[in-house]
Design a binder for this molecule. Sequence first.
Ligand SMILES: *[C@@H]1O[C@H](CO)[C@@H](O)[C@H](O)[C@H]1NC(C)=O
Ligand SMILES: *[C@@H]1O[C@H](CO)[C@@H](O)[C@H](O)[C@H]1NC(C)=O
Ligand SMILES: *[C@@H]1O[C@H](CO)[C@@H](O)[C@H](O)[C@H]1NC(C)=O
Ligand SMILES: *[C@@H]1O[C@H](CO)[C@@H](O)[C@H](O)[C@H]1NC(C)=O
Ligand SMILES: *[C@@H]1O[C@H](CO)[C@@H](O)[C@H](O)[C@H]1NC(C)=O
Ligand SMILES: *[C@@H]1O[C@H](CO)[C@@H](O)[C@H](O)[C@H]1NC(C)=O
Length: 333
Amino acid sequence: MMMSCGWSSAMAPTAVLVVVVVGVMVASPTVGELARVEHPTKEDGSLAVLVVGDWGRKGQYNQTLVATQMGVIGEELDADFILSTGDNFYNDGLTGDNDTASFQESFTNIYTADSLQKPWYIVLGNHDYTGDALAQQSSAIRAIDSRWTSVNKSFIVDSDIAEFFLVDTVPFVQKYWNESKFDWRQVAPRDTYLSNLLADLGDAMSQSNATWKIVVGHHTISSGCEHGNTTDLVAMLLPVLKTYGADMYINGHDHCLQRITSIDSPLEFITSGGGSRAWAGKFKQTSDKLEFIYDGQGFLSMQLTVAEASFAFYDVTGAVLYSWQLTKSTSTN
Ligand SMILES: *[C@@H]1O[C@H](CO)[C@@H](O)[C@H](O)[C@H]1NC(C)=O
Ligand SMILES: *[C@@H]1O[C@H](CO)[C@@H](O)[C@H](O)[C@H]1NC(C)=O
Ligand SMILES: *[C@@H]1O[C@H](CO)[C@@H](O)[C@H](O)[C@H]1NC(C)=O
Ligand SMILES: *[C@@H]1O[C@H](CO)[C@@H](O)[C@H](O)[C@H]1NC(C)=O
Ligand SMILES: *[C@@H]1O[C@H](CO)[C@@H](O)[C@H](O)[C@H]1NC(C)=O
Ligand SMILES: *[C@@H]1O[C@H](CO)[C@@H](O)[C@H](O)[C@H]1NC(C)=O
């Protein structure tokens, strides 16, 4: 099912034929600061990013089809990097930093296109946390495939015009703490972890000079798909995003593609969780404004300049399902 409401706008992505050499620098954080990765824009100051979530199933459930089309669109837009919204390895993450087989079968051997040989910036989902939740940040895993960039469970990708705040949302979800399967090493106790993380995020967002402040996490805040809202994030994370003027929150967890606009702020809620198994036909009521929802597989592209942001959702054939634009004059915080 595809539903398109509100305004849509034609987006004509022009291939930018600029070759940039991407140097990824990781600065070590001081205490109380989120780790930061610098990722330069293209020479013309723009940025093209693909976003995929909920994918690691060894190619099954159309993961391979989505990957192939990401390669095509990545080439067309000259993607600078890829964001993963989590649930990177089903069903239970990696078993350890020596779980080379799972890592290669679901990542390295799937996203093979030239255009996807760029840094992948990663957050963890709940399925990653029921395995070895530290393995994905290990140097052993990064050594298998140097695209894999998960410098910490929460970190910042700083691209001058845009700052991406990658937030570890799994520990926010209270009900997981009642389950024995979750790997809370270096996280527990929950209260301290969350209050430090929210303080560090607030500090970083308040100091940000970027035009676009984009927060990325696994769980939904506002959603009309299967899982609906994550009430713990509505209570704890949403106020920080509003206070510091986030332009958008991008998540996975719900296996759909979705755009929601807030009824009480300029914040947009974007779900890109269509990397493999989809949840056809499962919806929740939402009182926010549902602009678009698609319950099949696919991914998101994002093209940013200082003045404008263009987005598109694609299906497994690479067809554009829905596209929209934001300009700073209408979405400024
Ligand atoms: C793969 O995608 C096609 C087209 O959307 C869909 O009809 C089919 O059910 C999908 N297959 C799986 C296993 O999800
Ligand atoms: C990974 O290391 C663990 C602990 O040392 C060991 O039990 C396991 O067999 C290793 N797995 C692989 C795939 O090498
Ligand atoms: C990762 O984040 C945690 C919590 O913010 C912090 O304590 C730790 O020092 C960070 N590690 C690195 C390598 O940045
Ligand atoms: C977690 O367990 C506690 C104590 O057993 C219970 O009071 C609480 O309702 C549970 N919370 C959730 C979200 O399941
Ligand atoms: C923002 O700009 C100010 C003033 O130029 C500078 O001191 C600060 O470091 C910048 N913040 C970031 C996060 O780059
Ligand atoms: C979900 O959260 C959003 C943002 O706080 C809120 O506007 C909406 O009413 C919530 N939806 C439900 C069903 O609670």
